[in-house]
Design a protein around this ligand. Sequence first.
Ligand code: SF4
Ligand code: SF4
Length: 134
Amino acid sequence: MANKIIIDDSTVAFFNLISELSGETITLCDQCGTCSGGCPFVNDMDLMPSQLMRKTLLGQEDVLESKTMWLCATCNTCTVRCPRGLDVSKVAEALRQVKLRQSLDKIKLNEISDEELKELPPIAIIAANRKLVS
Ligand code: SF4
Ligand code: SF4
């Protein structure tokens, strides 16, 4: 039985986030598969580029568990070939950003108290910003 496609606030929010970060009009993708056909790394990917686009279009957050976005080398082969002028590598980059933010924001800078700000050396805050916030 085919998986149900669920569209709700969560999937729409995820789709909007990736659209905004990537700057791509993902809804233009018509799933022609041309990107997947020309991608030099497709054999190593668990989702083909066209599948990455489809899951993102549907707001399916489990796309973040795919290794495809890490394997995309931004070679732009798919961008040159895409009949809709889409840049899959920008979508992959947006997905990487979101994944990194999920796992690397170890501190919230806006939650540092005034007392802590007075006591902490500025270099510590700068270093934490570099290392602990994506
Ligand atoms: S080539 Fe473009 S339109 Fe076709 S599946 Fe890939 S991203 Fe979508
Ligand atoms: S930009 Fe990424 S997805 Fe597109 S062909 Fe190159 S490696 Fe594949």
